[in-house]
Design a protein. Structure first.
Length: 177
């Protein structure tokens, strides 16, 4: 089965919620977005770069990042696994979406990295429900990657082969309101 191309005008964004700038989480998110779309992502939001503006409301940099994500066609939302769930940093960013419709018409891919298989269900159990609560469409299961082997273990590529067509079809044909 071939992967359908993204429709013209589609935008792909990566959101990385790792408290370490330029993290493996960010790298894995960019790799996944590029594998799905065939090109580098249009936008990358490394949440840690938003700094103290995340802790209040009305920061222009945070508002611009929220707007970018909300207007994207496909968003890879990536987090390391902390205490069996996504990071507080990512949650603080996602709390900036003012309504439960903040990700309406956005196809979301929950991605989490961890040290071992114990938390392999974390993308499904914690991150996917949060994205759905914000109105995001998650037509494929979340992806869990080992943080030390994700770049060469083939798991990301197998995920794209299996779920890429469904994700890209969802971008091409959004769910009617």
């Amino acid at each position: 089965m071939s992967t359908p191309p993204l429709p013209a005008g589609s935008t792909v964004t990566v959101v990385a919620g790792n408290p370490k700038p330029g993290s493996r989480t960010l790298d894995a998110g960019v790799r996944l977005a590029q594998a799905l779309a065939g090109d580098p992502p249009d936008h990358v939001v490394d949440v840690v770069d938003l700094g103290p503006g995340l802790l209040g409301w009305g920061d222009p940099g945070v508002a611009a990042a929220v707007s970018t994500v909300a207007s994207s066609s496909l968003v890879v939302v990536a987090s390391p696994t902390f205490k069996a769930t996504y990071t507080g940093l990512l949650k603080v960013f996602l709390d900036q979406f003012e309504t439960a419709e903040g990700l309406r018409d956005v196809v979301c891919v929950p991605l989490m990295l961890g040290a071992g298989p114990a938390h392999a269900m974390a993308p499904e159990a914690s991150l996917r429900p949060l994205l759905a609560e914000l109105g995001g469409t998650c037509p494929a299961p979340g992806l869990y990657l080992r943080d030390t082997t994700y770049a060469d273990d083939g798991v990301l590529e197998a995920y794209v082969e299996r779920w890429g067509p469904a994700l890209l079809r969802a971008v091409a044909a959004p769910v009617p309101a």
